[in-house]
Design a protein around this ligand. Structure first.
Ligand code: AMP
Ligand code: GLY
Length: 423
């Protein structure tokens, strides 16, 4: 079967790498792809939001399965367009992708179905939000309702900061229409963990856990980014935590979506906070995490394509997922200045050193070809990933491999996986 992947980041590079191992796949395409994905897939110059063009391409190339990696096309309804054209596609329809597309929706869903999450209020009027903040407890968390590249969350320590935050989101519209509505929620403390899962509408199968590092700088300082590095599994995600989440969070979420007439097929990503009072949902995403996919997929033994097809066919209950009992760490090599402003177009040297080295991966995020060379083409450039017998070994391997590649303005966090030492 021919398979098309929609997206062009590190996550899609990991998905392409994994898909290429499936005996079910004859030829892989990726739109738009990047210089690393080109090793596994023919990259096609069509944007992820060009749904009609993508559907025509899928028909022309007799694509048997399209995998949508990114949130924007999912929330925008790409799956509905493909299904209308009679094409097989893996991902939630628009009415289900709202689980990620609207934080106000997801909070109301959790409240209605008693799924543990932070206390909150939704606002569509800045005046009402400002009034509410007068009697709120601090710190407090402000969230733009819609998609904001992982940057639409503000943690405010004082009433003044919160007032500025409301203005930033709802009046100055720093996150565009994502800020037409806003969630104000209780600040929680604890360990964060990401759990990704396959869902066929009724059955859910969770993957191994991971932890992201969202802030740009060491010690969780600096601005929020898409993610600067991950490790898997999380040593804090115990059997007891998993049992609780399976019973009170995962299956109830799938059932709630079905009960609302928004049957969810695809990936649900649970962003969790392990608080002193138990696990709570921080957020939902409707796709693989980036860079969570870069540590979860290398540890997955099961054929990903087979599982995706089982989801589409409503047969996930017949399958179990298997993961290696090793560990993986991903360190993002970024362009200095990310997530604010940075230069692109610098040559990347040393990528060949990953070739033939088992357990070492240079997943490309923002890269492109120029004059036969691979050059930097984004804020997050590479997700250097390594496995090891345990987390410490995986981390040592990953940091060693970060030295194999060089490019101007190369920047990375030096403390990815530091929490491992406290486990
Ligand atoms: P989100 O996009 O909703 O996951 O938020 C981005 C980041 O903000 C999360 O990964 C947390 O680090 C932080 N965050 C979000 N909501 C809360 C909360 N209620 N309490 C504390 N931190 C939060
Ligand atoms: N790494 C967080 C995300 O993909 O949203």
């Amino acid at each position: 079967m021919n398979v098309l992947i929609v997206g062009g980041g590190g996550r899609e590079n990991a998905i392409a790498w994994k898909a290429a191992q499936s005996p079910r796949v004859d030829k892989l395409y990726c739109a738009p792809g990047n210089a690393g994905i080109a090793e596994y897939a023919e990259c096609v110059d069509i944007g992820a939001m060009e749904f009609e063009k993508l559907a025509s391409f899928a028909k022309e190339k007799e694509i048997g399965l399209t995998i949508v990696g990114m949130d924007d096309p999912l929330v925008g309804g790409i799956v509905d367009v493909f299904e209308r054209e009679g094409l097989r596609v893996f991902g939630p329809r628009k009415n289900a992708a709202i689980l990620e597309g609207s934080k106000a929706f997801s909070k109301d869903l959790m409240k209605k179905y008693h799924i543990p999450t932070a206390a909150y209020e939704n606002f569509d009027d800045p005046k009402a939000a400002l009034e509410y903040l007068k009697t709120a407890k601090y710190p407090i968390v402000l969230k733009a309702d819609g998609l904001a590249l992982g940057k639409g969350v503000l943690i405010c320590n004082t009433p003044e900061e919160a007032r500025d935050g409301v203005r930033t989101i709802m009046e100055d519209k720093q996150f565009g229409d994502a800020g037409n509505r806003m969630v104000i929620e209780e600040f929680m403390t604890g360990r964060e963990v990401s759990v990704l899962s396959f869902v066929d509408g009724r059955t859910i199968r969770t993957m191994t856990s991971a932890q992201d590092h969202k802030r740009a700088k060491d010690g969780d300082q600096g601005l929020n980014t898409g993610g600067m590095g991950t490790f898997s599994p999380s040593p804090f995600y115990t059997k007891e935590v998993d049992d609780f989440c399976q019973k009170y969070i995962y299956q109830p979420t799938v059932d709630a979506m079905a009960a609302e007439g928004r049957t969810f097929v695809g990936i649900i990503f649970f962003g969790l906070m392990l608080t002193a009072d138990g696990p709570r949902v921080l957020e939902y995403n409707a796709r693989f995490g980036d860079p969570e996919a870069q540590v979860v997929l290398p540890r997955m033994k099961t054929d990903m394509i087979e599982i995706m097809e089982a989801c589409i066919d409503g047969k996930l209950a017949d399958y179990e997922l298997e993961f290696d009992d090793n560990a993986a760490v991903c360190v993002v090599l970024a362009s200095d200045g990310y997530p604010v402003s940075y230069q692109k177009g610098y040559e990347i040297r040393g990528l060949e050193r990953f070739q033939g080295r088992k357990g070492f991966y240079a997943f490309h995020a923002g890269t492109a070809f120029r004059d036969g060379k691979v050059v930097t083409n984004g804020g997050r450039v590479l997700g250097v990933t390594a496995t090891g017998a345990n987390l410490k070994e995986a981390r040592a391997n990953a940091y060693q491999a970060t030295e194999w590649v060089e490019f101007d303005n190369k920047y990375m966090r030096r403390d990815i996986g530091k929490a491992i030492d406290e486990a």
